[in-house]
Design a protein around this ligand. Structure first.
Ligand code: FES
Ligand code: FES
Length: 190
C-alpha cells in the first residue's frame, strides 16, 4: 500500500492505494469521483481523461503514484472552479455542450469536455482541425461528433463576444439530425 497526496479539484487529498493502482482507480474507488469513466481501461477510448497540471492524461494508463504531488482536475471540478472564478453555474465548455445538445448517453462527455477545456486554455482560438485533433482520442459512440465540435466552437465564439456559429453549422446539424432520425426509425422497426 502506498500513501498518496495530491490536489484534486482544488482540494488537498490524502489517501492510500496498492502500488499498481491507476489514477483512475484511485479517483473512482478511493475518492468516489466516478465522473471519470472506466471504458476500455487500456488507452483506446478517452473516457477516463482527466487533467494533470492542466494537461489531459488517460487516467487508466497513469499510475496513481505518478500523479502524487500534482494537481488533478476531474469533471466534478470544472463547475466549482468556474463558480470560484466568476460565479457562473457551469464552465463555458459544459454550458455549450448542454445548450448544443452535444451528448446522448453521456459516457464520453467527461473526457471530451476535459480535452476541450485543455485545448481552449492552451489555444484560445483553435481551428476546426485543431479541435478535431484535440478530441481525436475521445471516442463517442452516440453523437457522430457534429454537435460536439459545434459546442466547442460555440464556447470559443462566446468567450470573445462573437455570435455562436450556429448558422454556419446548420447544414451539418440538419444532416446529422436526419441520419439519427433514420437510424432511430430502423431501430423502432426492428
Ligand atoms: S478507459 Fe482509459 S482510454 Fe478508455
Ligand atoms: S454521448 Fe454516448 S458515447 Fe458520447
Amino acid at each position: 500500500m502506498r500513501a498518496l497526496e495530491m490536489q484534486v479539484n482544488g482540494d488537498p487529498v490524502e489517501t492510500a492505494a496498492p502500488d499498481h493502482w491507476t489514477l483512475l482507480e484511485v479517483l473512482r474507488y478511493r475518492l468516489g469521483l466516478t465522473g471519470s469513466k472506466q471504458g476500455c481501461d487500456k488507452g483506446d477510448c478517452g473516457a477516463c481523461t482527466v487533467l494533470v497540471d492542466g494537461k489531459p492524461v488517460l487516467s487508466c494508463l497513469t499510475l496513481a503514484a505518478h500523479a502524487a504531488g500534482h494537481e488533478v482536475c476531474t469533471i466534478e471540478g470544472l463547475a466549482p472552479a468556474q463558480l470560484r472564478r466568476d460565479g457562473a453555474r457551469l464552465d463555458p465548455i459544459q454550458d455549450a455542450f448542454d445548450r448544443c445538445g452535444a451528448l446522448q448517453c453521456g459516457f464520453c462527455q467527461p473526457g471530451m469536455m476535459l480535452s476541450a477545456r485543455a485545448l481552449v486554455r492552451d489555444e484560445p482560438n483553435p481551428s476546426r482541425e485543431q479541435i478535431r485533433a484535440a478530441l481525436s482520442g475521445n471516442l463517442c459512440r452516440c453523437t457522430g461528433y457534429t454537435q460536439i465540435v459545434h459546442a466547442v466552437e460555440t464556447a470559443i465564439a462566446e468567450s470573445v463576444g462573437a455570435p455562436p456559429p450556429t448558422a454556419a453549422w446548420e447544414p451539418e446539424l440538419a444532416a446529422d439530425r436526419a441520419a439519427r432520425g433514420a437510424s432511430a426509425s430502423v431501430e423502432e422497426g426492428a
